[in-house]
Design a protein around this ligand. Structure first.
Ligand code: AMP
Length: 114
């Protein structure tokens, strides 16, 4: 837990959120500024700053995030598909420095970058 980290404070319950999933490793809540009908942030409970900080020591949290993504997508009715995005660092457009995966869907997504 990092005292100054917004997502650590959401995980601890200090700051309220609309949680949709939680287990020992993962917390997931709705984005405050949704970009699609379903926009959930899937967050490891360990403070990993970004994708650049994933290592052999903490990668279990990342695996658990993707296990959670599959469950949340099913629960949210995204059987027809969805997109998972992580922004990394300044050039990648990351604004909250706690690793998170945007799970976006509920509509036919356009604006593919890749
Ligand atoms: P990124 O720009 O990839 O770091 O994504 C950060 C995301 O966090 C943005 O999509 C914000 O809308 C979202 N966000 C910021 N504050 C909150 C909050 N208090 N609760 C839920 N989502 C938030």
């Amino acid at each position: 837990m990092s005292e100054n980290c917004l997502f650590c404070r959401i995980i601890s319950g200090d700051i309220p959120s609309d949680k949709v999933y939680e287990d020992e490793y993962v917390c997931a809540f709705r984005d405050i500024n949704p970009q699609a009908p379903v926009h959930v942030l899937v967050v490891p409970k360990a403070h990993i700053a970004s994708a650049a900080d994933v290592s052999a020591e903490n990668s279990l949290y990342v695996a658990r995030c993707f296990e959670a993504i599959a469950k949340i997508a099913a629960a949210e009715g995204l059987g027809n598909g969805y997109r998972v995005i992580t922004n990394c660092g300044e050039d990648g457009g990351q604004s909250v420095m706690h690793l998170h995966f945007h799970l976006i869907g509920g509509v036919k997504l356009s604006e593919k970058i890749i």
